[in-house]
Design a protein around this ligand. Sequence first.
Ligand SMILES: Cc1cc2nc3c(=O)[nH]c(=O)nc-3n(C[C@H](O)[C@H](O)[C@H](O)COP(=O)(O)OP(=O)(O)OC[C@H]3O[C@@H](n4cnc5c(N)ncnc54)[C@H](O)[C@@H]3O)c2cc1C
Length: 560
Amino acid sequence: MTDFQLATSVSHWLAKFESALSQHDEAALRELFHADSHWRDVLACGWRIRTVSGIEPILRELKRFEARAIRIDPARTAPRHATRAGEKCVEAIFRFETKAGVGAGVLRLKDEKAWTLLTALDELKGHEENTGARRPKGWTYSREFGGPNWLERRKEKAEFKNGEPAVLVVGGGQAGLSIAARLAQRAIDALIVDRWPRIGDNWRQRYHALTLHNQVHVNHLPYMPFPPNWPVYIPKDKLAGWFEAYVEAMELNYWTGTEFLGGRYDEQAKRWTVSLMRRGKKRELHPQHIVLATGVSGIPHLPEIAALKGFAGKVIHSSQYVDGEDWKGKRAIVIGTGNSGHDIAQDLYCAGAQVTLVQRSPTLIINCDPSAQLVYSLYSEGPPLEDCDLITASVPLPLARKTHQLATAHARNLDKALLDKLERRGFRLAFGDDDTGWQFLYLTRGGGYYFNVGCSDLIVEGKIGLAQISELENLLDGTDLVVLATGWKGQEHLVRKLFGEGVAARVGPIWGFGADQELRNMFQRTAQPGLWFIAGSFAQSRIYSKYLALQIQAIQLGLL
Ligand SMILES: Cc1cc2nc3c(=O)[nH]c(=O)nc-3n(C[C@H](O)[C@H](O)[C@H](O)COP(=O)(O)OP(=O)(O)OC[C@H]3O[C@@H](n4cnc5c(N)ncnc54)[C@H](O)[C@@H]3O)c2cc1C
């Protein structure tokens, strides 16, 4: 099909869809979808993020969907042929309107019938982001020469001496920065608090040699892409410096050295009372919303390891490990074969320690480049970042699983030589549930894989020792350091600690997929009013911060 024919075919489908929706014509709608189709809706129909699969559930749900002006969006990537989850389709970005707002969608057609549909709220009518043509004029500080200037206003606002933030964001990593930046463009006062003394310390304080594992073009923060001369894999300290620059440039309110101690919700007043410890001083605030951006990993998981009873050397959790300097010439054991375990083992080895990595369970190993990058191939296909993000959001769970199975099989092939050698050394390999690979391990368990940046090669060469957990007892004699790279407890534990048993029980499990085929309690309303969660990769933070900000804005406006 030519580009013109593609556009015509998509336009016909959209026109029929709009007509059938407006006339509540179930028979006509049925004609438009494949039996095994999927519809993912992000806030456009019922203010939830959810996916329905199969024609009958889709038809049932579409009864509630009121959309008009459904058209190909001429400002975005034109309809084109694509291969998704191994199948050829026509992929088109469209726009539409609902009562509350303007939406963006992605339609995938196979044989002119819908295979997948995404409908996502993009803006609230009359309350659009203050960006581009809507940017602030700045009259208050540019015309009133006698009043406080921009800097004085900025400093006063960031302190919240005479006011309260509507939203308290706990955690100033990429998730916290992304949501705070999105809220700022919607004129919603947000304050980020983080316990680290300096912005970016969440990266700066990680191990010495760290660079990001994904390529730069996938990792941009909202509104402010990394400069085009930046390295493909960003070093941690460069990233930490960017976080500082970002907070300054985006005018975010950020209190460093501030521990969030906990909060309780007043159902009547619809606001929280929260306690903060800021550089040794207690402060109470009353935000309407708390966004927990504290990372997927909540509290260190320290399993009982019988062999360690009576061990006289030092035992630390991976979160306490800074660098290998002090362990030069000493003997160290790292328990756990996920990313942290491998990276710490390599760091200790490079510092001159004699290291053994101890495996507890089978682990997925994938070379960082190119194998781990396969799942991001869309971002090198050509569409602009915003379109890639929308297309990423448009992939329903079953197709995502299939896509990742294919990428995992491809990576396994690319990495075969390394994997074979590791197995010969006694390393037990895994490939994720149903071979869905590392990303699903991340989305379901928050770990269980290693992006090889050299440690696997050191194991193969015998420079880093490898043992199974059953052998630990025999290794401890003469060992100076044991690092427990044993992961983290789920965020539920953190919620219990910060808000109590009642809130934890109401909210339930966090992260991992629920019955609605979405990550549980992430990026959308939870059963606890005013409590939200955001976490994940740079891409997830960038994509879903937008939708989280829209929901908070809708609540502030009384629309939700
Ligand atoms: C080696 C490595 C490479 C990675 N590479 C990539 C990559 O290329 N791309 C990618 O997308 N992801 C990557 N990740 C994964 C992921 O993006 C990071 O782990 C990231 O740090 C998660 O960001 P976050 O904002 O969700 O949480 P974090 O960065 O963990 O930030 C949470 C913040 O919350 C603060 N906090 C927690 N509790 C409190 C409290 N009670 N009071 C005050 N402050 C609190 C913490 O101090 C912390 O600063 C990588 C991870 C590692 C380890």
